[in-house]
Design a binder for this molecule. Structure first.
Ligand SMILES: Cc1cc2nc3c(=O)[nH]c(=O)nc-3n(C[C@H](O)[C@H](O)[C@H](O)COP(=O)(O)OP(=O)(O)OC[C@H]3O[C@@H](n4cnc5c(N)ncnc54)[C@H](O)[C@@H]3O)c2cc1C
Length: 379
């Protein structure tokens, strides 16, 4: 028997995970996604899945499929200097009693397909090219008017519509804007070299270059680099720009730079921004999850992991408490400190990377290990 119905706004990683978790807890679920289809809602190249992401995906029946198409590793990574010499091993963390690996990498389109297929399999209804125009939270439910003029009433609404969330003003006391870190990220899929059997980080003078295995023969190169907010970069200049910025690197980064960086159309360039909303993350029957309340820079590979965890915990709390106020309050209590640790640690790593000489005692590998071990603990 249905426990009630829920609308999920946003069909990204967090929204789809929430939809699956809510369906599995016997809610009727509708998802509305602004973009035209499954593929147009996927940005970027690959995704890092730390062990806590895999645990949360396992809870919604998607971890095995991710590991089957991706590349699982026996350790988190390795930190090298600009010339490619080993500085630190980064073991990552495991969950006692589970055989999930410290890290799995896969492509974003693969992850989106796995989540979309599962959401449909469990009976969530996904409407593309569609969003809401108004949300009116009343005693009997949230009255929603959609962009195609259809209307419906929902017991619960989950805003999973990302860092520029339109649901956010309905749920937070005051609206927030993401903070730009003064950094941007270049990403590019490349053939996987044998040494990319884990995340490889290479510390440059003002930015980290690195490699993430995302398939048996596939990896992505990334470079997080200083970039003033608002500065434009034409897509057809991205290869030249990345070449220049990777000029100081030797080792693997130097070899890949000289061999694979020539096609600007293949390079994904994204500014890095962060945001942590003060709790509570709900008002009445409307709750927020994912980047809408805790957007994070990519330095710990945890943004999507937290969005999946949000969805799993939200559904658990609703199933356990029934009443939306109790459920959303319990959910916030389980989520806030965890997400805050991720956001603050990622920003600290990003700031250190921009100017390593000013933070000589900063322990990048140590902070990463601390966060990964914290995330492996129960949610
Ligand atoms: C360069 C980069 C690399 C990253 N790498 C990693 C990584 O390796 N591992 C990791 O865990 N995280 C990573 N992240 C973070 C991760 O991508 C995000 O944290 C994650 O995608 C958040 O999921 P979300 O569902 O909350 O939001 P989003 O992924 O932004 O999804 C929001 C969805 O809502 C839709 N939408 C927006 N507005 C509306 C609306 N009004 N109505 C309906 N739909 C709407 C959007 O089209 C989108 O599909 C990275 C981020 C960046 C910038």
């Amino acid at each position: 028997m249905s426990r009630g119905n829920a609308l999920v706004v946003g069909g990204g990683i967090g929204g789809l995970s929430t939809a699956i978790a809510l369906r599995n807890a016997d809610y009727d679920v509708h998802v509305v996604e602004l973009r035209a289809d499954l593929h147009s809602s996927v940005h970027g190249v690959g995704i890092i899945q730390p062990v806590n992401a895999l645990r949360a995906l396992d809870a919604i029946g998607c971890a095995e499929a991710c590991m089957a198409v991706g590349c699982s590793t026996t350790a988190w990574g390795r930190l090298l200097d600009v010339d490619g010499n080993l500085m630190r091993e980064m073991p990552g963390s495991r969950i006692p009693g589970s055989d999930l690996p410290p890290m799995n990498g896969l492509t974003r389109p693969q992850l989106h397909k796995i989540l979309t297929d599962k959401a449909r399999e469990v009976g969530a209804v996904i409407g593309y090219d569609k969003t809401f125009t108004t949300l009116d939270d009343g005693p009997d439910g949230v009255r929603v008017v959609f962009t195609d003029d259809s209307r419906a009433v929902y017991d619960h609404v989950a805003g999973a519509d990302g860092v520029h969330s339109k649901v956010r003003p309905y749920a937070l006391a005051e609206d927030l804007k993401p903070v730009h870190l003064g950094r941007s990220a270049f990403r590019l899929d490349i053939p996987r070299e044998p040494e990319t059997d884990r995340i490889i980080l290479q510390a440059g003078p003002e930015g980290m270059a690195g490699f993430v295995p995302i398939g048996p023969d596939l990896a992505y190169l990334f470079h997080n680099t200083t970039w003033e907010e608002g500065r434009w970069l034409d897509q057809d200049r991205t290869a030249d720009e990345l070449h220049e910025r990777l000029a100081p690197f030797g080792g693997l980064t130097g070899r890949v730079r000289d061999k694979h960086i020539d096609d600007s159309t293949e390079i994904v360039f994204r500014p890095e921004a962060w945001l942590i909303a003060p709790a509570p993350w709900h008002k009445g029957r409307i709750a927020l999850i994912g980047d809408a309340v805790h957007a994070v820079t990519p330095h710990l590979g945890q943004g999507a992991a937290q969005a999946v965890e949000d969805g799993v915990v939200l559904a658990e709390c609703l199933a356990q408490h029934g009443d939306h106020e109790e459920a959303f309050t319990a959910c916030g209590e389980r989520r806030y400190e965890r997400c805050k640790l991720i956001v603050e640690s990622s920003v600290a790593i990003g700031e250190h990377e921009m100017d390593p000489a000013s933070h000589p005692d900063f322990d990048h590998a140590g902070l990463t290990q601390h966060v990964l071990e914290s995330m492996a603990r129960p949610v």
